[in-house]
Every structure is written in C-alpha cells, then in structure tokens.
Ligand binder design. Structure first.
Ligand SMILES: NC(=O)c1ccc[n+]([C@@H]2O[C@H](COP(=O)([O-])OP(=O)(O)OC[C@H]3O[C@@H](n4cnc5c(N)ncnc54)[C@H](OP(=O)(O)O)[C@@H]3O)[C@@H](O)[C@H]2O)c1
Length: 264
C-alpha cells in the first residue's frame, strides 16, 4: 500500500486530494495547523475507505513546523510515495499596503516550505526509484500579480527545473495551476468574490481529478479545466505590459477598495 502526504489537508483543494487519494486506497499523512479538524478528517477517511490516516500538526510558516514535516518525509522506514505541497493562502491588498510580516510569511509557506519538503521527499524517492510530488501553484503564476503571483511563479519554475533534473530517476514533479476554486481561500483572506463570474469557478474535486490525470500522463505543469487552458493560451499572446494593467485592475476589484492615486 502506498502513502501520500498532503499539506493544507483540512480544507479546499488539500481536503479534495485527501478524499480522492483515500478513495484510491492510499494511506494518508494529513498536515495542517488545526488539530481537531485534522483528527475528524482522518477518522472519517479511515472509516469510509479503510485506509490508515495519520495526523501531523504543523505550521509551515515556522521553522519547527517545516522541520517536523521534513522529518516525516525523510523517514525511510515509512516511505512517502506522493507528496502534495498544497498549503497556502492569499493576502488582500496592493503592494506596500500589505504588512511585510505577512508577505514574508507567504514566501515561507509558498516557497521555503515547498523547497524544503520537496527536497526531503524527493531524495528518498530517488533512492527507491519511484515517487511523485505535486506542488500547488496557480494561474496567478502567469500574470504580474504581487507577491502571491510571484511566489506561485517560483513554484512553477522550481517544479519544472527539478522535474528536469530528476528525469529518468522514477521521480515525477508537477506544478498544479488552477484558476478560481470554491474553497475557504478567499473568505480566509477577506476577499470579496461577488465580482468573479460564475463560469470562472472550479470545483476542488474536479481540479484534483484533472491533476492526477495529468500527473499520470507525465505533465510537469497542469492547468486543469479547458476554460483556463484557453485563457492561459490567450495570456501568452498579450504583451506583458498590458497584462500588468488588467491584472492589477482585477486585483483592486477583488481586493481592497482603496487604491492610492499617485501619478508621476
Ligand atoms: N482557491 C483558489 O481559488 C485557488 C486558486 C489557485 C491556487 N490555489 C492554491 O491552492 C492551495 C490551497 O488553497 P485552497 O483554496 O484549498 O485554500 P483553503 O480552503 O483556505 O485551504 C488552505 C489549507 O492550507 C492550510 N494552511 C494554511 N496556512 C498554513 C500554514 N501556515 N501551515 C500549514 N497549513 C496551512 C489550511 O489549514 P489550517 O488552517 O488548519 O492550517 C487549509 O487546510 C493554496 O496553495 C492556494 O494558493 C487556490
């Protein structure tokens, strides 16, 4: 039986990964900060699918939290076959309106934790000659959109580069780039969503199904859903300068109302 470790497993896309992987018969290690929620979820998935689900409480914005997950991934007596680096969050506000401590916390969770956990998992996977890592990025990686977009662009570049370096080793890496997904993400960040048209919303379970299909096909970047594939195709044709304007207008729309008027 194989084991999958998912970070941010208590809600949204991470919980959808846990449901799908449990249904497929994988044992699970569920990582997040909310102990009670993790325990409830582990018990539910064990009862429903008969798999072993263990809980690892860790705040990936801290060194101790990252180290605890690294230690679990490096445990060669209980190997992890699939790592899903999914934990993440959004921040409401334009550049310079967001406190620096929050920006740094985002880089810690979206970049440092992803780098360290991927490395902790991939080394023993390479020794065994098999394994996979899915790093959850976003379509925001492809448009100029603040620290969030920049951190997700890093996830895509890092995953593609590492996948290339590990080609032929039996270890696969893939960046997953969804568009808007109905989860707790926007509510947690205090972002309004009324302006986002219905057709742009994706379902977390379907995103996960598409991601696992793409992983099996050997893709290194997955943009689930044909609507976003088409959008991302169009984005490549738009000059970067123009894209910056559209993307920052969208940011103001979905983010805070206040936009300082500074003309130089
Ligand atoms: N929803 C979207 O529209 C969308 C689109 C593209 C990409 N994404 C990406 O998808 C990933 C999952 O987001 P989601 O939409 O599923 O959000 P969500 O519903 O808010 O779930 C976020 C998960 O991450 C965990 N988490 C947050 N901060 C953490 C930390 N410091 N340490 C450990 N766990 C932490 C949360 O659990 P605890 O609070 O218990 O720790 C929760 O399980 C993120 O990387 C996000 O950037 C989301």
């Amino acid at each position: 039986m194989t084991t999958a470790l998912t970070t941010g497993a208590t809600a949204g896309i991470g919980a959808a990964f846990a449901r799908r992987l449990a249904r497929d018969g994988h044992n699970l290690v569920l990582v997040a900060r909310d102990r009670e929620r993790l325990r409830r979820q582990a018990a539910e998935l064990h009862d429903r699918h008969g798999i072993e689900a263990s809980v690892l409480v860790a705040d990936l914005a801290t060194d101790d939290g990252i180290a605890a997950v690294e230690e679990r991934l490096a445990d060669r007596t209980h190997p992890v076959d699939l790592l899903v680096n999914n934990a993440g969050f959004g921040l409401k506000g334009n550049y310079l309106d967001v406190p620096m401590a929050d920006e740094l916390r985002m880089l810690k969770v979206h970049c440092e934790a992803v780098l360290r956990l991927t490395s902790a998992a991939a080394a023993p996977m390479r020794e065994r000659g098999r394994g996979a890592v899915v790093n959850v990025a976003s379509v925001a990686a492809f448009v100029p959109r603040g620290t969030y977009g920049a951190s997700k662009a890093w996830v895509v570049q890092f995953s593609q580069g590492a996948a290339r370096d590990l080609a032929g080793s039996g270890v696969r890496l893939m960046a997953l780039c969804p568009g808007f997904v109905r989860t707790e993400f926007h509510q947690r960040a205090g972002m309004g969503t009324r302006n986002i048209p219905n057709w742009m919303w994706l379902d977390a379970d379907r995103v996960v199904d598409a991601a696992l299909r793409d992983l099996a096909r050997g893709k290194t970047v997955s943009v689930p859903d044909p609507r976003y594939k088409a959008l991302m195709g169009a984005v490549k044709l738009v000059p970067r300068q123009a894209l910056g304007g559209v993307s920052s207008r969208a940011g103001r729309k979905y983010g805070p109302r206040k936009a300082p008027d500074v003309s130089l």
